[in-house]
Ligand binder design. Structure first.
Ligand code: ZN
Ligand code: ZN
Length: 175
């Protein structure tokens, strides 16, 4: 991939996936492009195995980081209707704030989208946030294509490819 000169100057390489060293960020907007595998994030779900691409911005403000990332991965799924294996790109938006302070309470510490690293925190670990947003973006209903016709529930034929005899009758409409 080719990046323009301006991009090269402002793109931060994050050596330890996906921990951000605060000292490596400059003030203002930092552009992030990072690629890694789901294994490195500790994701064990079979459907989420593969390369993860992370792009976006981290705005380094005085007392916090405003993190806006796009996380994408090619997921491997099995269609709920016809059982075929298919791939689909999962795109997830990650927005969180990294605060250079200590959480005042357990409730605050557990607030979604907020990461407290303390006044002298040296790094922010986004691993959990990235993992969570990928899981949230997984399709609830897995379909190889929106109009998948599924399998005939009488003879098991894949109705996307075959017209079985049963489909001549009206009783074989979508389940
Ligand atoms: Zn299908
Ligand atoms: Zn049939």
């Amino acid at each position: 991939m080719f990046y323009g000169l301006d991009d090269i100057k402002s793109t931060i390489y994050i050596p330890c996936f996906m921990k951000i060293r605060i000292a490596s960020l400059h003030n203002g907007t930092n552009y992030i492009t990072e690629e890694s595998s789901s294994g490195e994030l500790g994701i064990e779900d079979e459907s989420l195995k593969g390369q993860i691409k992370i792009t976006g911005e981290i705005e380094n403000q005085e007392k916090m980081l405003d993190v806006r990332l796009k996380v994408s991965l090619t997921g491997h799924f099995q269609c709920d209707k016809c059982a075929i294996e298919y791939e689909d790109i999962i795109d997830a938006d990650l927005r969180c704030l990294v605060l250079f302070e200590d959480a005042e309470s357990v409730e605050k510490a557990e607030t979604e989208g907020l990461i407290y690293i303390g006044r002298n925190g040296i790094e922010a670990d986004l691993t959990q946030e990235i993992t969570d947003c990928l899981y949230c973006a997984m399709p609830i209903r897995k379909l190889c294509e929106p109009g998948c016709k599924g399998l005939c529930h009488k003879c098991g034929a894949d109705l996307n490819n075959d017209n079985c005899e049963c489909s001549l009758g009206a009783e074989n409409q979508e389940m």
